[in-house]
Design a protein around this ligand. Structure first.
Ligand code: FES
Length: 490
């Protein structure tokens, strides 16, 4: 008596247990049944992805901090040997790629390729918006066609060190602000990268010089005069299903009688227990105006429960930004205006005084609550309250780390692209070693818009008499046997 089968555990508990598992065990759990596969696809379980390491039996899945150190030389050499062996084998027209090769090095790369393809086809479409880190350094399996950034729009850390990617891998960054959350980009040794990638990167990082991002702009002043938009209100109403059927769903609406009360379309959030979602995913859906209502009787509903009837914290952020003059003001202005006055949809915003929770559909009595019940779920990490979510603090042009070491096609044109739209105000680490075609002028232009640059982490060709010559760290590729350097062999 008193014992319960594991299948009877609430999904919140199961997800909490799943947090203790690594990627390999999570995938095994996902094979148990459809319901568990749905739980395994919870976004918060897949924040940091290291497919190259996972394919080699290292299942670390924490934040990338410890990887900031230079990788172990032997590890790098092994990966390079494997890559070479695989390339030779792959170029042989007679080989059947679906078959196991005799060479363990080739098998390892094949495993990595299968893992990457599996992630792209089965996992990232579900958890992509929650992914913050992808490390593919020294991968022989990564391809420019994989388009990982489209699947993972909220990436903060992308490491493509010493891979074969070309400019086309970054096509999806050609829209303004599309990779605005990116903080760490390592393209060391990506020799096929040219100025085109830097142009796209500059666009994707956003534009700090846009009129909408200026606190003194007429548009911004108009917003101030109009005052903040009215608070959101939760109502219960019919939501249209595919096929024209309808069902009850939770709907966010403006409070009547206040500016904008009739103009904002309702946003519907339905939490499907078959496909449990992370809070970040829900925020992403809200950004796009809601999600289709699933046709399942087990669907739960999701509500925003706002402490003290407070309004959206985007507006709090904006006020703080204005009163304190903090650097976040431009970000909030931009976000606030860009996404309109509907629910901001940003997890950092919604985390302030807002708790997102779920209930099982069958347990939720709409009549009894009168449509204003406080519902429950949350998929916050253990020990983390909604108030202390600091992750994903993204600011436009929030890049802190950029390495183009060995990207020898890069010229002053590419650097100029990065200098535009407000420069790189947060960059502390800039590595342009092995870029002999940039000049003193291009470097000077870029450095002049990198006020946070730490000279200790500023590298460029020793043959260039560039900015901060006395304090910068010089070229990092002098002793490197495999990355471009104009003095290699001296
Ligand atoms: Fe000129 Fe290395 S690229 S010293």
């Amino acid at each position: 008596s008193g014992s319960a089968h594991i299948s009877e555990l609430p999904m919140e508990i199961l997800i909490r247990l799943f947090r203790y598992l690594g990627p390999e065990d999570l995938c095994r759990c996902g094979q148990v049944c459809t319901a568990w596969w749905g739980l395994v696809k919870t976004g918060s379980l897949w924040r940091h992805l290291y497919p190259v390491r996972w394919a080699r039996g290292d299942f670390y899945s924490g934040p990338p901090g410890y990887l900031d150190q230079e990788p172990d030389e032997e590890w790098v050499k092994n990966l390079q040997d494997e890559g070479r062996a695989y390339q030779e084998w792959d170029e042989d027209a007679d080989v059947d790629e679906s078959e196991e090769a005799d060479n363990p090095a080739i098998n390892t790369v094949q495993r990595e390729k299968r893992l990457l393809n599996g992630m792209i086809q089965n996992l990232l479409p579900a958890v992509g918006p929650s992914v913050r880190t992808i490390v593919l350094a020294y991968s022989s399996a990564v391809s420019s066609k994989m388009n990982l950034h489209t699947l993972c729009p909220n990436l903060t850390h992308l490491d493509l060190t010493q891979t074969d990617v070309t400019d086309s891998a970054f096509d999806s960054w050609a829209s303004l602000g599309v990779c605005s959350s990116l903080e760490h980009l390592d393209l060391s040794g990506c020799e096929k990268i040219t100025d085109h990638t830097l142009k796209r990167l500059s666009l994707g990082l956003g534009d700090l010089t846009s009129p909408l991002s200026s606190r003194n702009s007429p548009e911004w002043r108009t917003k101030l005069l109009m005052g903040p938009p009215p608070p959101l209100k939760l109502e219960v109403g019919p939501a249209l299903l595919a096929g024209g059927r309808s069902r009850q769903a939770m709907i966010f609406k403006r409070r009547p009688g206040v500016r904008g009360s009739s103009c904002s379309p309702a946003h519907v959030f339905v939490f499907d227990l078959e496909e449990p979602a992370d809070i970040e995913d829900v925020a992403e859906w809200s950004r796009h105006g809601g999600i289709p209502v699933p046709d399942t009787s087990t669907a739960g509903v999701l509500e925003v429960q706002t402490a003290g009837g407070s309004s959206c914290c985007c507006r709090r952020g904006r006020r703080q930004g204005l009163s304190t003059g903090s650097g976040s003001a431009a970000y909030w202005q931009q976000r606030y205006l860009s996404f309109g006055e509907a629910q901001c949809g940003h997890s950092a915003c919604c985390g302030g005084e807002t708790a997102l929770r779920t209930f099982k559909g069958a347990e939720f009595d709409l009549q009894a609550t009168g449509g204003s019940a406080h519902l429950r779920t949350k998929l916050l990490p253990e020990g983390q309250s909604p108030n202390n979510r600091t992750e994903h603090s993204g600011t436009f042009r929030s890049l802190r780390f950029l390495s183009l070491s060995g990207c020898y096609h890069v010229t002053d044109m590419g650097l100029r692209s990065l200098s535009q739209r407000g420069g790189l105000p947060r960059v502390e680490h800039l590595n342009l070693s092995g870029c002999p075609f940039v000049s003193e002028v291009g470097l000077q232009e870029l450095v002049s818009v990198c006020p946070a640059l730490n000279d200790e982490h500023f590298y460029y060709c020793d043959n260039i008499n560039g900015p901060h010559a006395d304090t910068a760290s010089g070229c990092q590729n002098l002793q490197c046997g495999f990355r471009v350097c104009c003095r290699s062999g001296e």
